[in-house]
Design a protein around this ligand. Structure first.
Ligand code: URA
Length: 234
């Protein structure tokens, strides 16, 4: 998580110069997470609770939410036309959240939102290789050829990339489960597009070790537990 110095933060927050901040520190007027701080170089982050002279200057708590995204809701924080995933959330601090890995307008399923950018980066950085599980309903019948093609990877000229090996399991004639280790633009639709097979329904059920809560109806959301936040990577 990005860190900064306490003296810089107080100076900015109260619009006072560094000498005045030093005085406040020396007078034991600055508290970080309930502890009096006198060192001007003390390191804080965006979730440190900071009080000066008893006044709270910062008290953001990390927030992690899962949403069962319905079809027709856009993965953005603002949109002129469609309802956004933020609109669906029932949390007073929802405006501080950002999306961890988008889903297309017509894709449903597990969507994560947080204000903790270190956590979201760990989940989305390509080198993290966090698996994402999708259920896909197709227009045309599946064949065994798909399995090797998804495993081998596909070259996309537009971005000049070859997709990472993906696991495709045939569930029934028209339904597959796909596990991706990455999230390129419209990746699943484009991969099935190679077989001229149109994706009719797409649903994400799992990210890392975290499954969409079966009790959440489309449009419902809830906060993650501390265990879920940690265990998603295991
Ligand atoms: N792949 C897609 O094509 N769309 C999504 O929403 C997610 C993965």
């Amino acid at each position: 998580m990005q860190k900064s110095r306490i003296d810089k933060f107080v100076s900015n927050a109260l619009s006072v110069n560094k000498r005045d901040v030093k005085l406040l520190l020396a007078q034991n007027k600055v508290m970080v997470d309930g502890i009096v701080i006198t060192d001007a170089a003390f390191q804080i982050n965006k979730f440190s609770k900071i009080c000066v002279n008893g006044k709270v200057l910062q008290s953001d708590k990390p927030l992690y939410m899962m949403l069962h995204k319905p079809v027709g809701v856009v993965s953005a924080t603002k949109d002129e036309i469609h309802k956004t995933v933020i609109d669906l959330l029932d949390n007073p601090n929802k405006e501080s959240l950002h999306i961890v890995g988008r889903l297309d307008l017509n894709t449903s399923g597990l969507m994560l939102l947080t204000n903790d950018s270190r956590w979201s980066e760990r989940l989305t950085l390509p080198q993290s290789k966090v698996p994402k599980v999708y259920q896909v309903t197709l227009k045309e019948q599946l064949t065994q050829d798909y399995i090797a093609a998804f495993q081998q990877g596909m070259y996309f000229e537009y971005e000049d990339i070859t997709t990472e090996p993906a696991i495709l399991e045939i569930i029934s004639d028209y339904v597959a489960q796909v596990i991706l280790m990455e999230g390129k633009y419209h990746q699943i639709k484009r991969m099935f597009g190679r077989f001229r097979n149109q994706v009719m329904q797409l649903h994400r059920s799992k990210i890392g070790n975290l499954s969409l809560d079966a009790n959440l109806k489309a449009g419902d959301s809830r906060e993650l537990t501390a265990e879920e936040v940690e265990n998603i990577f295991s």
